[in-house]
Design a protein. Sequence first.
Length: 401
Amino acid sequence: MKTNEKVSNGSRRTFLQLSAAATAATAFRIATEASLAAEERNVFHPGAVVIDANENPLGPCDAARKAIVDMAPEGGRYSYWLKEEFLKTFTEMESLKPEYVRVFPGSSEPLHFSVLSFTSPTKSYVTADPGYEAGMRAAKMSGARVAKTPLTKTYAHDIKAMLAAAPEAGLFYICTPNNPTGTMTAHSDIEQLLAAKPKGSVVLVDEAYIHFSNGVSTFDLVKANQDLIVLRTFSKLYGMAGIRCGMAIGRPDLLEKLDTYNSGSAMPITAVAAATASLKHEHLVPERKQLNAAVRQKTFDWLSSQGHSYTPSQSNCFMLETKRPSKEIIDAMAKRSVYIGRPWPVWPTHVRITVGTQAEMDAFQAAFEAVMKNSTTTGYAHSPSLKARRSYPDGQDWPSV
């Protein structure tokens, strides 16, 4: 074969691979927290308490709001330079190199692009159950087997179980704090996973909720050029769920895989301006972390006083035992204008609760008390199967919290 024929064939293969990737990227719907919550929710009405989608009721901070207003008149231009300013601000704060960061409208796109890049019919997607479902849906598009593993007794990702579940894994997904339980997986456990994982596989660490917690970021592992990608978003503590700004942080060669699926569209300039202003707000993270923790703890204290079980969250969401099929509780709460999160099939008698304002959580408590009192009068609380429902899915008892 002539040299130019070899080049032609190689170029053709590359073109076909890129075409297939582009087709895959446009052929599936990207699942987000918003779309997953919308599948379960009813139509809202004014005055309803909405604590079902891990949204931050505080919204953007004042500095971010001002940045949005100030940027609005420039909405007729793409203003690419704003992204460069944002990258400079973030990478200097975290001591990262700019080429180790990609900016996206939220973290949903890089999550899906990672699944498409590193899984296939021969490379499985490994995740916790209960865990965030978006990656599982993306795995259907790549044709990957989804290996779901139970959480440990302390609600962390079970690293040994994840490794055993898929010796041929392409991607391991770790969400810490976990969605929906709000519980942490230790940094040392992630190090253990990186050391023992199959060669060529990648670990995807979703740190969407890390600002609410006392957890240690895995940026140090990125700086050490490990086989992992870290996701960050401004949707949670920063209160920008509807504005959309996020990042993927990883080794440049790993991020280049994601570029295959990225359309390269310009970022919304209001989102980038608001995110930059939020990063520069010196007290924003500790203040909001403390506020969320105080409301969460007050809610936990009330639930404990009423004899209810819940996961010991460090985030802005937690899983609550409902003592009956969770869909019944969700519907009953909606009738009282309190919208709570969706169910996870692996825990059929639990539901996710988002931590809202104190007023919202007070309304949640009143509605939940009424719903559970009604369930007692109808006999659910004394069902013979209650003990089984109160057990952890693998048969272990729920720890006291």
